[in-house]
Design a protein around this ligand. Structure first.
Ligand SMILES: C[S@@+](CC[C@H](N)C(=O)[O-])C[C@H]1O[C@@H](n2cnc3c(N)ncnc32)[C@H](O)[C@@H]1O
Length: 367
């Protein structure tokens, strides 16, 4: 990864394989603490980020479990931005009825406590930095999760800590990657240190690389892309298949199953089943952590390709990485099995989306 001049510090919680890390680093961020519990995601993370954030790994700041009771939040190095694509969990209604924010027992509680620890430390020593911006990411349905309660509690908790909150659903397909992936981004800024009344979300990137701020224009103005942009050439795929002695074409049995289920679903009048795409498709559906199971959400058609079966194939992990905007053709590497890689890219953020949001955070809120 190219070295950058560091202008702010960030922490990477629920770090996965570092989608936030890439985006923040490319905007001049220095990662001072990260946390990820999954053994294989940790492997990918360390493999790719050890050379750019060596101190973090050497100083024991690559935490495994953020709920670990031995982890003292006041010992987490000071930081300006907190990033977290955290799991979505309901809050306790019992506590809420009694008037507590009651995030206890959820992973959002740990985010809150980390921020709180820095605010408390600042009260004792004004030289300690209070986190200026929090950048949280979650599934699109998050706003309606538990009848809107989950989002309400999070907003109130952040407001009570002293933060203004803005949230918006962004779609990866408007940011130069051919994937229909809608995710909610929550940006919160500390009132006392960031004197801003609003955050203008970027809704996409146009063909000249300019940010689209007008939501109504994103479908028309976003840079045109197609699935062909992320696909390997057939010759490249064949070479990789030969080298690893495996095929990405799905088995006849799986293909029969997919087709049978589609017919059954169609008869019942619902739209579930597999989805297939070709190089001309504008975008794929969302890649999920369960992609490794049967690939049904994104199959690549292989009709009339000399030397290839007529059945569709799954994405190669390199294509899954490109679909999420990871710099796999430059420096990013996959040190784990295909199945782990699919899980990791399915769980991850689309890097170009976070990169654009991060750049706007720096422009609008940090400067
Ligand atoms: C939705 S993924 C986030 C992926 C990440 N944004 C990326 O770019 O790859 C959530 C991650 O939180 C991790 N996680 C869950 N519980 C955790 C815990 N208690 N401590 C640390 N990480 C945890 C999971 O292993 C998973 O990788």
């Amino acid at each position: 990864m190219p070295k950058r001049k560091k202008s702010f510090r960030f922490i990477d919680l629920f770090a996965g394989i570092g989608g936030f890390h890439i985006a923040m680093h490319e905007n001049g961020g220095d990662c001072v603490f990260a946390s990820e519990i999954d053994k294989f995601a940790r492997q990918t993370y360390e493999h790719n980020f050890k050379s750019i954030s060596p101190q973090m790994f050497e100083n024991g700041n690559f935490n495994k479990d953020i709920t670990d009771e031995e982890l003292n939040y006041s010992k987490i190095p000071e930081f300006d931005i907190l990033c977290a694509g955290f799991p979505c969990q309901p809050f306790s209604h019992a506590g809420l009825k009694k008037g507590f924010d009651d995030t206890r027992g959820t992973l959002f509680f740990n985010i809150k406590e980390i921020v709180k620890a820095k605010i408390e430390a600042h009260k004792k020593n004004s030289k300690v930095t209070i986190p200026k911006v929090l950048l949280l990411e979650n599934v699109k349905g998050f706003k309606n999760h538990d009848k809107g309660n989950t989002f309400r509690v999070i907003k109130k908790t952040l407001n009570d800590l002293g933060y203004e909150v803005a949230a918006e659903v962004l779609n990866s397909k408007h940011f130069g990657v051919p994937q229909n992936r809608e995710r909610i981004f929550i940006v919160a800024w500390y009132r006392d240190s960031v004197k801003k009344s609003e955050f203008k979300f970027p809704y996409g990137i146009d063909k000249d690389g300019m940010v689209i701020y007008d939501k109504s224009k994103r479908d028309d103005d976003a840079k045109p892309i197609s699935v062909g942009d992320i696909l390997l050439k057939n010759s490249e795929l064949e070479k990789l298949e030969k080298k690893s002695n495996k095929t990405y074409t799905i088995s006849e049995k799986l293909w029969d199953g997919h087709q049978r289920r589609r017919t059954e679903h169609a008869e019942k009048g619902n739209g579930f089943g597999y989805s297939s795409f070709n190089s001309k498709s504008a975008y794929t559906s969302t890649i999920s952590a369960r992609y490794y199971k049967d690939g049904s959400e994104i199959l690549i058609e292989q009709n009339n390709i000399p030397g290839r079966p007529d059945r569709p194939r799954k994405l190669h992990p390199t294509e899954a990485a490109r679909l999420q905007g990871f710099p796999i053709d430059n420096w990013y590497e996959i040190p784990v099995s295909d199945n782990q890689a699919y899980k990791q890219f399915g769980n991850s953020v689309s890097v170009p989306v976070v990169k654009t949001v991060a750049s706007e955070i720096i422009k609008q809120l940090l400067n």
